[in-house]
Design a protein around this ligand. Structure first.
Ligand SMILES: Cc1cc2nc3c(=O)[nH]c(=O)nc-3n(C[C@H](O)[C@H](O)[C@H](O)COP(=O)(O)OP(=O)(O)OC[C@H]3O[C@@H](n4cnc5c(N)ncnc54)[C@H](O)[C@@H]3O)c2cc1C
Length: 346
């Protein structure tokens, strides 16, 4: 079996983009360490995903297809991954930094008595081992870390690695493995799934337009009569976030927010970017009415291009931004949206 494995995280057969990034990173490592790449797929009825894994460059696909693996549950997934990894002894297993990827990597590390290089943004090879770069101290420092034990388990930050090219001509036959646990051995059951408001995939978005407390600051707006003070404040913020969404839509992006906006009930928690929210690394991050507190920066400073709109020229966000616009976001955002609409022919 191949030396570098990539765990493909998916929900009901739909892979998260970061899974293919892990497969791409595995190919680059295999090129340096030698040995090929195995994509690891656990679930049920995954034929399409198996085909995609080969097309994205997997040399092998390790497939467990079973009713007990229909939903992600840490017990059957970790027991199976630990068993096959103990038998096949890969050099490394790469996981996307999703909630499931993190949980699985941690449990497998305990089973196999190894370590996890977590939330990694760059990989290189030194003396035959992985040297991983990971942001620490809210992204203020970059640590280079290695793992002495094997397999080296690595979780990769979403969008920090390129997705490999898809070759529709590549095909293959998966290697099948059977689950370790039967349904009777598994304590947890998934009862149901419910879609939550704001259930957006911020971590996969190439463009994010985020709003902060400044979104509410629009003296030109008059709330409808009869609203209480807090209701009027939330109404104003919602108008502001509607303009932010228009800009995000024109750019094919997602909406984000600061914690101050979430705490003030302007927008729901799933939109929060930062130390206690989502870690994002889009190609373009537009911060609107966000001061740029260290905890916010922790979640977005890995963005490839940062643009800040703020009426305070001293706002810390400008130290991070490549482009800064000093002014009122309520005037600038509609103007930007109109200009992009025209430019992009939308
Ligand atoms: C343990 C801990 C964890 C935290 N986690 C997070 C986190 O995950 N994410 C996060 O974001 N924060 C987090 N915070 C909070 C963080 O410290 C800041 O309080 C928060 O980021 C501030 O949000 P803000 O920039 O929207 O608000 P403010 O700091 O109040 O900034 C508002 C900005 O809007 C500008 N502005 C006002 N009106 C306009 C206008 N009309 N046009 C243009 N600009 C305007 C102002 O100049 C100002 O710069 C955390 C704090 C702690 C203690």
């Amino acid at each position: 079996m191949n030396k570098i494995w990539a765990y493909i995280d998916h929900f009901k057969g739909e892979a998260l983009g970061a899974s293919w990034e892990a497969l791409g990173a595995a190919q680059s490592l295999a090129g340096q360490l030698g040995g090929g790449v195995t994509a690891v797929l656990f679930g049920q009825a995954l034929d399409e995903l198996v085909a995609l894994a080969f097309q994205y460059g997997a040399g092998e696909v390790l497939l467990a297809d079973d009713a007990t693996l229909l939903d992600f549950r840490s017990e059957p997934f970790s027991s199976l991954l630990s068993k096959v990894a103990a038998e096949a002894a890969p050099e490394a297993i790469l996981f996307p930094t999703t909630t499931r990827g993190r949980e699985l990597a941690a449990m497998v590390a305990i089973d196999l008595n190894t370590g996890v290089l977590a939330d990694v943004t760059a990989l290189e090879v030194k003396d035959g081992a992985i040297l991983a770069t990971r942001p620490v101290y809210a992204g203020k420092l970059l640590a280079k870390v290695t793992c002495q034990a094997r397999p080296q388990l690595v979780t990769l930050r979403a969008r920090a690695f390129a997705r490999p090219a898809l070759d529709p001509a590549r095909t293959g036959t998966p290697l099948k493995v059977a689950p370790v646990l039967s349904e009777a051995d598994i304590a947890t059951k998934v009862e149901s799934y419910a879609r939550v408001e704001g259930g957006v995939s911020l971590t996969d978005a190439a463009v994010i337009v985020s709003g902060g407390r400044g979104v509410v600051n629009n003296p030109a707006l008059t709330p409808p009569a009869g609203l209480g003070e807090k209701e009027a404040e939330i109404w104003k913020a919602q108008q502001g976030f509607a303009r932010i969404k228009e800009l995000a839509d024109v750019l094919g992006g997602a909406v984000g927010a600061s914690r101050a906006a979430v705490d003030a009930d302007y927008i729901a928690y799933p939109y929060q970017v930062g130390q206690t929210g989502k870690m994002v690394a889009p190609d373009l991050y537009i911060a609107c009415g966000i001061s740029g507190a260290i905890q916010h920066q922790a979640g977005m400073r890995a963005s490839k291009l940062i643009v800040a709109i703020n009426k305070d020229p001293e706002a810390p966000i400008f130290k991070l931004a490549r482009y800064g616009v000093v002014g009122d976001l309520h005037a600038i955002i509609p103007a930007l949206t109109a200009a992009f609409k025209q430019r992009l022919g939308k």
